[in-house]
Each structure stands twice: as C-alpha cells, then as structure tokens.
Design a binder for this molecule. Structure first.
Ligand SMILES: [Mn+2]
Length: 468
C-alpha cells in the first residue's frame, strides 16, 4: 500500500536530515551552486540559495543547459561545497572528481544511474521509492532539505510548487509529496487553490491583458493581439473595465465565464486545434503574498516567467525573483518575457510549414529557425493541441550552438500518448544510447542530443515505438 503524502514527505526530510543537512552545517568556504536553466532548476536553486543565505554561506550560482562532463572544473581553489540541483543523479560517476576536492550535495529527482560516489551526499526521491517524475520536483526535494536543515526557519513552499508546475507535475492535480507541500502552503496561508480558466496572470490579472498574453494554448487571433483580445470581450458583452479598473476573471459571472470558455474552445477548433474545456479549465494556485495584479500572484504564470528567464539566458533574473526581489528584478523579468513571447510567436507562426506526422510522432524541425532552449516550450505547446488524432509523441529539433554537428530534441507525450502508456524518458535514453547521443527525462517530458547525421534513424525509431 502507498504511504500517505505526509508520510512520504517525512521520509524525504528524514533522509535529508541524516546526510546532506549535516554536511551543510560542516561546510567551510564558499559554495558553488549549479542548476538547470528551466523553471524547476531556477526554483530549486532559489530554495538552495535561500538556505545558503540563512546559513551565511557565501555562494556563486550558475545555470547550465545540461550537466557538465566534469563538474570538478567548476570548483576553484576556495570552494568548500558543490551543490548540484535538478541534475546529477543521472551522471553519478561524473561527481567523483569533485567529491575528492570539496563536499558535494546532489538535490535531484531524475531517475538515478549507477552508484553514488564516496563523499557525495545525494537526496533523490527514487532512492526512497518515491516517484520523482510525478510526485516531487527538484524544488520540492530542495524544500525538504531546507526543512530538514532549518526546521524552525522560513518555509518557501511556493518555490517547491513552482518547480512542480514547471515540470508538469500538476496536470491532474498534485499527488504524493507535492500534495503534502500544497497542504503546508495552504495551511500557512501562502497559497490558495481555485478552479478557474487558465489564463496568463491568473484570476486577478486584467482580463484584457490575460487574453493577449496567454500563449499556452495560443488563442488564434487573440494571443499577442490587443485588438483581438478587446474584440473577443466585446463579442461576449464583457466590458474591459469594471468601474475605474480593468475587469478580471474573478469579476465575471458564472455565465460570462462559461461563455468566454466556450468562445475560446470554438476559436481553437476553428483553427484545427483539438482542445477540450479541460485543458483550459483547471486548478490555479494564487500566491497570497503577491499583490493582486502582479503576474507572479498566479503560480502558473510565475513558472512561465521563470521558464522564460532561463530559456532567454537570464536565469539570474529568475533567481532574484525566487529570492523575493521585486522592483527592478520584476521589470527585467517583464522585458525578458516579452522578448521570449515574441520569439516563440514568430516560430509558432511558421509551425505548420516545419511540422510533419510520421507514425504516431509529430516531428517539428526547428533547425535554423529555433533557439535550442525553445524546443521545450514549443514541444509542450504542440503536444497540447496535436494537428490530428493518433499523435502520441511530439519531437522538436534545433541545432546546438555550442556543439556544431549535433541536434537537440525535446520530446513530449500528448494526452493520447500519456494514456497509451508510452514513456518519453525511457525512449529518449534508449534512442540516445543507440545513436551515440545523450538523453533522458520523465515519462511525459524528455530530451536528447544526437549527431545530426542520426536524425532520420531517430525519427524511424520513435515512429516504430509509437506503433501498437
Ligand atoms: Mn526538474
């Protein structure tokens, strides 16, 4: 029988207390923090940076696209500690060099490969029989370490939830460890959950801007268009302003809300996108410490902002937001977000020209057109509204600027793919091994990097695996 969520969280905290937490208390010298550039990478790094600040351990944080060949190279003479988050467990053998020079702590939720080297303190839910793919993110694991180290300290539970949302662990509501973290966040009055239309900015954000800024899914004629957003409201007799302020989703009557939902579904369908009300309606999480009207008040949007920061090379801005900085950090984040949205929209405009279906695979060829850090959001968007039935898997490719001759791909399961029992992470690692590449991930979302010359073989292999 599966243990209760609270019990599963307690297991993680106990493991953290027995190893990594005591290692943290013995550190001398500054720390080197390495994390992944996605929303979970930035959220987990924020939790760990916060913890280091509380412990008065100076640190230098860097964000990388993937785990370095030799992380020991990141350690100068003076660092007493290397903390790796949202990666590392898949490449345990690479950590032994670093462990001979400093304390090493790994905070990860990816499927572990091999043995943990001597001298490495690793916190990974898989080692405790907890599914890191579905029920806890790296930020959640970092949160458990935070709680184990400072049981009476602050509780940055919202960051743990941000990481889980970023890693698509909330699609059907939170479960397991995430469920327990949500319970704690709710209990302390930090987060509140509602069922609502999932638009940019959340229920208390100006509706006109929310419609214009929603890109997942992109609403034809509305996303990216202020006149289109105004037009859809006027067509439904919803005034853009209520009194002297902008109308928000929470101002709408139940009838207006339903009319807006069905109008969006209708427009998506007219564009040939299959979208069910379920995709647009769901649980939204309000961060009660943010003022109404701030995009960060909606955790889904906060995760989008962190993602954009990482993908556009500004994870430092995301870290500042994670640590609670606003003002200039928030202004910078808004600029990064507009630029991200513009690049993404430009590519989505040409999507139909660069995509094709092979077997159960939708292949999107972004080579020469798409930044390699944007394959992931494009794959998520494409997987939400596949162009035809029977598409189980989406694969989006781009060239890697740092590795000429190599192609990076992001894989996502569609809803149908998820129901079929396909495992994208398993596919990615198997294909990578076969084709001389590197890859892995979770069941619903994964990535790999292969020599460009092997792309055709990869597509054949993926198409074969989707045949039932
Ligand atoms: Mn992650």
């Amino acid at each position: 029988m599966q243990a209760e969520p609270s019990e599963r969280f307690r297991l993680l905290v106990e493991r953290a207390a027995s190893g990594p937490a005591s290692a943290l208390r013995e550190v001398s010298g500054p720390a080197r923090l390495l994390s992944h550039i996605d929303a979970d990478g930035i959220s987990s790094a924020s939790v760990l940076a916060w913890l280091l600040l509380e412990l008065r351990i100076p640190f230098h944080a860097s964000f990388v696209k993937r785990f370095p060949e030799d992380p020991a190279k990141e350690l100068g003479e003076s660092y007493g500690l290397l903390i790796v988050s949202d990666m590392g467990s898949g490449y345990r053998e690479r950590l032994s060099g670093a462990a001979s020079r400093a304390r090493v702590i790994v905070v990860d939720h990816h499927e572990p490969v091999g043995e943990t080297p001597e001298g490495v303190e690793e916190l990974n839910p898989h080692d405790l029989g907890i599914d890191g793919g579905q029920e806890v993110s790296a930020a959640g694991v970092a949160y458990a370490l935070f709680r184990a180290t400072l049981p009476d300290g602050p509780r940055p539970a919202h960051l743990a939830l941000l990481g889980a949302i970023g890693d698509v662990q909330s699609r059907n509501g939170f479960s397991g460890v995430n469920e327990e973290i949500l319970r704690q966040a709710t209990e302390m009055g930090l987060v509140e959950a509602h069922t609502e239309l999932r638009l940019f900015g959340g229920p208390e954000y100006p509706l006109l801007l929310a419609l214009e800024r929603t890109v997942d899914p992109p609403i034809p004629g509305v996303s990216g268009s202020s006149s289109g957003a105004l037009e859809i409201l006027e067509s439904l007799d919803i005034p853009p302003k209520t009194g002297d302020r902008m109308t928000t989703l929470s101002d709408l009557t139940e009838e207006q809300r339903r009319a807006l939902l069905s109008e969006i579904v209708k427009r998506l369908a007219a564009w040939g996108q299959r979208a069910s009300p379920d995709q647009l309606l769901g649980t939204v999480y309000t961060l009660l410490t943010e003022p109404p009207g701030s995009p960060l008040r909606d955790l889904g949007t906060f995760a989008t902002v962190l993602n954009a920061c990482g993908r556009m090379g500004r994870a430092d801005v995301g870290l500042a937001l994670g640590l609670g900085r606003r003002g200039r950090a928030l202004e910078a984040a808004n600029r990064v977000l507009s630029e991200y949205r513009r690049e993404l929209a430009q590519f989505l405009d040409v999507l139909s020209e660069v995509q094709r279906v092979e077997g159960g695979v939708l292949f999107v060829d972004g080579r020469g057109r798409l930044r390699d850090t944007l394959t992931s959001p494009v794959a998520s968007i494409a997987a939400r509204s596949p162009p035809e039935e029977g598409v189980l898997l989406v694969a989006v490719a781009a060239e890697e600027p740092e590795n000429p001759g190599r192609v990076k791909l992001s894989l996502r399961l569609t809803q149908e793919g998820g129901e079929s029992g396909l495992d994208a992470g398993e596919l990615a690692s198997r294909a990578a091994a076969e084709l001389g590449g590197e890859g892995g991930g979770h069941s619903a979302a994964a990535g790999l990097s292969i020599p460009a010359s092997e792309l055709q073989r990869l597509l054949a292999l993926l198409a074969e695996s989707t045949r039932r």
